[in-house]
Design a protein around this ligand. Structure first.
Ligand code: 5GP
Length: 239
């Protein structure tokens, strides 16, 4: 298969059909704009399964996504789309860069769901941008799409927040990406997994996501600590 694109977490290949791609989930772990690198065998398969489950749940609830079907434990067949170069970040609880940028105390439950945008540009370090920057840089095809993307992002949050609450997980925040399909419709693309979300255990606030890698929370118990957390998230999703 011809490689179309390689990102930090996935490789995209052209499939045998013009309008679809094969997304291969990698075992690589990166953080801080790839300054920190690692890998855990089986992480790609876990993210592929978790993301497939969540995209299927969202589709059932009326969200249009790029997912067509699963091809193997680490591969999905997805609709080809033109990725909108905006990382859409949705937050329920302050942590991570929000606490650093604005001085809000870590763990503060936000009074409303906060949607933020980052420019998807590794060379620039994915800077935070506002609606007007999106227009200035022609990141969307129509002005109204900014509002639409925020609306879909909030709907995705509402669906996932409730779902994870029923699994005794707090959905703290997450990053999603959208794309235009061949008809110009906006689809949820990329992935939703513990690489791109923060999950805290409802009772203990234990971190069950990539912060374990970012913050070396697994040190002392050897490799596999990140994967163990991802396995726990999958177990709860399937429960
Ligand atoms: P923060 O801005 O606090 O670093 O991240 C907010 C949320 O977005 C977290 O759930 C984090 O995992 C996700 N996120 C932000 N930037 C990226 C990115 O470049 N890649 C991935 N996979 N997730 C990101």
């Amino acid at each position: 298969m011809k490689k179309i694109y390689e990102g930090k977490g996935k490789i995209l290949f052209q499939s045998d059909k013009k309008d679809s791609l094969v997304a291969e989930f990698k075992d690589d772990l990166t953080a801080f704009n790839a300054e920190k690198k690692g890998s855990e065998e089986g992480k790609g398969a876990l993210n592929c399964k978790i993301s497939t489950e969540l995209f299927t749940l969202l589709e059932k609830n009326g969200i249009k996504t790029h997912l067509i079907k699963v091809l193997s434990p680490t591969q999905q067949l997805v609709k080809k789309c033109e990725i909108i170069p905006i990382e859409v970040i949705v937050r329920n609880v302050a942590t991570g860069s929000l606490t650093k940028r604005l001085g809000i105390k870590d763990g503060t439950v936000l009074p409303f769901v906060l949607v933020e945008f980052c420019l998807k540009d590794d060379a620039l370090g994915d800077p935070f941008i506002n609606d007007e920057h999106c227009l200035l840089l022609n990141l969307v095809r129509k002005k109204a799409h900014i509002k639409k993307i925020k609306k879909i992002a909030r709907k995705i949050n509402a669906i996932l927040f409730e779902f994870f609450a029923s699994k005794k997980l707090r959905l703290i925040d997450f990053k999603i990406e959208f794309g235009y399909d061949k008809k110009g419709k906006i689809l949820l693309a990329d992935e939703i997994s513990p690489d791109s979300c923060r999950f805290w255990d409802k009772d203990t606030n234990e971190k069950l996501d990539k912060d374990r890698f970012r913050q070396d929370l697994g040190t002392g118990e050897g490799k596999g600590k990140v994967k163990m957390a991802y396995e726990e998230v999958l177990k709860r999703i399937l429960s």
